[in-house]
Design a protein around this ligand. Structure first.
Ligand code: MG
Length: 238
């Protein structure tokens, strides 16, 4: 019986998600919110860890709705703080706004990256043009890239607000391909969100590398081309 060994594909460009793929959103969000929470004296009303857990859960749910175009950016920005504040008995719009503003001022200045992210970007950027493909808000994402000193690794930046579409819509990936003057088969997408990054790239006919550090089990008819639990494993793939 003959064995066919699939030749490793050679890609011409690499697309990367930013939040929780390169930039450690969860850690940076927690530090930022803790600082804002303490500055405003909210510790009198609640334990921060409980507050943060509620915020993080609500924020994830809201982002899922935002990515399905079911809610607006404004609603997301309000509701993610309104909800955990209400849970600790605070229904004060100006306080909610103050907390949200302080958080958004602090968050993009944080610089914690995912383990091995900087090494990976150093390695990949010598071999491929790199493109950020992110649903995050443009002004916030540029600040994160600049403060953490990683923007020079990227050739192109594609944000949903510029592309007029959110991942998993294939339009945002087509926008990134056009900027790279590349075809779908020339690109690979690296991301931590199965719905947005992996299914999105599949929608656009682009290969996918699923970064799954928590080892979440995914129910899907489609397996990604590659799945890794550490960014370090990508050195062997690309
Ligand atoms: Mg992400």
């Amino acid at each position: 019986m003959e064995h066919f060994h699939q030749k490793r594909k050679s890609y011409k460009c690499v697309f990367l998600d930013l939040d929780d793929t390169i930039w450690d959103f969860h850690t940076n969000a927690k530090i930022s919110l803790k600082e804002a929470f303490d500055d405003m004296g909210l510790g009198r009303f609640a334990d921060f860890d409980v507050f943060f857990a509620r915020y993080a859960k609500k924020n994830t749910e809201l982002w899922e709705l935002y990515e399905k175009n079911e809610i607006t950016k404004d609603y997301l920005m309000k509701e993610r703080f309104r909800y955990p504040l209400e849970k600790i008995g605070i229904e004060d719009d100006s306080l909610r706004k103050e907390l949200g503003d302080a958080y958004l001022r602090l968050l993009p200045t944080r610089t914690t990256l995912m383990p091995h992210a900087r090494e990976l970007l150093t390695y990949l950027s010598e071999k491929y043009p790199l493109t950020i493909v992110s649903n995050g808000f443009v002004d916030v994402q540029y600040k994160k890239l600049n403060h953490s000193g990683i923007s020079h690794f990227f050739t192109h930046f594609v944000f949903s607000e510029d592309a007029g579409a959110l991942k998993p819509d294939k339009k945002i990936f087509e926008y990134a391909l056009a900027l790279n003057k590349a075809r779908a088969e020339d690109a690979i997408m690296i991301g931590d969100n199965f719905e947005a990054d992996i299914k999105g790239a599949m929608n656009a006919g682009i290969d996918q590398l699923f970064f799954n550090p928590a080892g979440k089990s995914i129910v899907s008819n489609h397996a990604p081309n590659y799945a890794v639990s550490s960014l370090k494993s990508i050195f062997e793939i690309l």
